[in-house]
Write a protein that binds this ligand. Structure first.
Ligand SMILES: C[S@@+](CC[C@H](N)C(=O)[O-])C[C@H]1O[C@@H](n2cnc3c(N)ncnc32)[C@H](O)[C@@H]1O
Length: 240
């Protein structure tokens, strides 16, 4: 490595550290953990969670739990199976909400593992090429959601979008948000430190504005950042 490359590398590291400090609040993770552990203990739910690695972190688990506790969620859809799928299933059963929950997952083996742990539909479907807002992406193919349903809880944590060529994959969530949102809703996006998720957040913001929807927004920041949109009788989620 020559001197120029070394300086370039150091600047890259510095820039990534500064970005992380700007987008996350690692100290808040403990606060979200306490709230989550308190809430599931109150509901006498087993703590089955490992909120580490690429799984949902505590701020996301806190937010999902609070939404299920406070809102009469009827139709939930989640992109990317894992800890959050198990949590939504547990909450739905314990709170006797009888919400219809759909989890969409591209990895068949992982979908099988998660399906065995939940009491709702887990759809496994391949990623196929699509173009969304001018971006060529890979997104869930086939009829992965029910076009006759208006969803009131949308969690975007899939498909994978961590590599350069997959940056904008999650823009595919617009397929549901475009025409299948209920009047009262919460949309939550994970991994908001990334360019693709920020673009998705901007698109949703513009779409809701165009529609004349009265919505609120909130950023939830623990070891990873989320962003949520809320409207109608679920508006107060913008203060969670
Ligand atoms: C960012 S993860 C998060 C999924 C989920 N919302 C959660 O709370 O854990 C997204 C993708 O990673 C993959 N994945 C997550 N955990 C995995 C595991 N333990 N083994 C294999 N794949 C996994 C799945 O394909 C999943 O769709």
């Amino acid at each position: 490595m020559n001197l120029f490359q070394k300086v370039h590398h150091r600047l890259d590291v510095l820039s990534s550290l500064m970005w992380q400090a700007h987008t996350t609040r690692p100290a808040m993770e403990v606060v979200y953990r306490d709230l989550f552990v308190r809430d599931i203990a109150k509901l006498q739910l087993d703590d089955l969670y490992y909120p580490v690695g690429s799984a949902a972190n505590y701020s996301l688990l806190y937010f999902v739990t609070r939404c299920f506790l406070e809102f009469p969620i009827r139709n939930a859809i989640e992109f990317g199976a894992g800890q959050s799928s198990v949590l939504m299933s547990q909450l739905n059963d314990r709170l006797r909400k009888e919400a219809t929950i759909t989890t969409v997952e591209h990895d068949v083996l992982w979908a099988d593992i998660v399906r065995a742990k939940v009491n709702h539909t887990v759809i496994a479907t391949d990623l196929v090429p699509k173009t969304i807002e001018g971006h060529k992406i890979s997104y869930y193919g086939g009829e992965y959601f029910d076009s006759s349903v208006l969803y009131d809880f949308v969690l975007v944590d899939g498909p994978p979008a961590h590599k350069k060529e997959t940056t904008f994959n999650r823009l595919g969530a617009m397929e549901v948000i475009e025409n299948n949102l209920a009047d009262s809703f919460v949309i939550v996006l994970d991994d908001m430190q990334r360019e693709g998720e920020q673009e998705l957040s901007n698109l949703i913001h513009c779409k809701l504005k165009q529609r004349g929807c009265n919505f609120g927004e909130v950023s939830i920041r623990g070891s990873r950042p989320q962003h949520a949109f809320a409207a109608g009788s679920f508006f107060r989620a913008a203060y969670f």
